[in-house]
Ligand binder design. Sequence first.
Ligand code: PLP
Ligand code: COI
Length: 359
Amino acid sequence: MHFPVESHLCPVGEDQREALLQAPGFGQVFTDHMATIRYSKNQGWYDAKIGPRQALSLDPAALVFHYAQEIYEGMKAYRLDGGGTGLFRPEANARRFRRSAARLAMPPLPEEMFIESVRALVRVDNAWIPSTQGFALYLRPFMIATESVLGVRASADYLYCVVASPVGPYFRRGAAAVTLWVSDNFTRAALGGTGDAKCGGNYAASLAAQAEAIREQCDQVIFLDAVERRWIEELGGMNVFFVFADGSIQTPPLSGTILAGITRESLITLARDMGLVAREEPYAIDQWQDDAKSGRLLESFACGTAAVVAPIGEVKGRKHRFIIGDGGPGPITERLKSALTDIQLGRAPDTHSWLDRLA
Ligand code: PLP
Ligand code: COI
């Protein structure tokens, strides 16, 4: 699919852009353009283009406003060491977007169209990719139901859109490790629900728990399973890993209630490449506390596109309170993070063909 570019009459000036790229925060600054594709039941996908980034005009009865028929993705474009631009495993995001669409009864966007929309936007807004270490251009493809009707049913019309935002670290600068709040009253997902789809509703439902975490002076929530309130699942927007004194690592399995993180899968692969044992097995919150206290567990970290790899220093809850290791980043966490970011930045051999280099 071809994405014609509509010229922008007043893009941000070079000096202003360079100033914005110095300290963009996370998701606060946006590039000049956006990619869009429309869908209707009769026409299929049509009107693909790159145009100036602008407000959307929608009827107040559009289904997305009422029944939250919406999905999204999160990925990054990097300025590569030695020149050029790279996307990390865009086909994995395209596949997950298609799976999310199926769960929300939305039409599947063909994977090549997804990838091409992202590539086309990154090419046009290439000057917006920051060059500072640890910064990247965050890409947010999403799809919304646009048909105006109040009956509860799948929309006949959709808008797919990609916006781009130069970003720095997700967590405030200088934080050596994040503190987690164990939510024992809120859960994120139950089997048969939408926990393994990337739909906006999951995040709306996590906000009250996140507000509680902030009140408790924690950075993020760690959710437990909805049935036994015992098994560790994931954070609101990140997967979680545990590192043991015997050098093995573990992460909760993809049992249908957690998001299949692309960072998660990449880290499992990289850990195995390093000769580490990596398990996908359930881990109980009480066990985590016991193991952290006994020294059987030495490190833990959260991971995702936005957060990359974020060491977990402390865990608090109504029934739990423990420090992980010495409360700061551990050596295996650091090794895995470097292995991942070295591939993302084109510094290390791309043995799994994960990097999509844009011409
Ligand atoms: N879990 C949730 C709920 C998320 O929103 C994300 C972020 O996308 C992740 C995990 C990590 O996924 P990925 O590594 O593909 O970014
Ligand atoms: C991402 O990592 O891309 C996400 O969507 C998670 C969110 C916390 C920004």
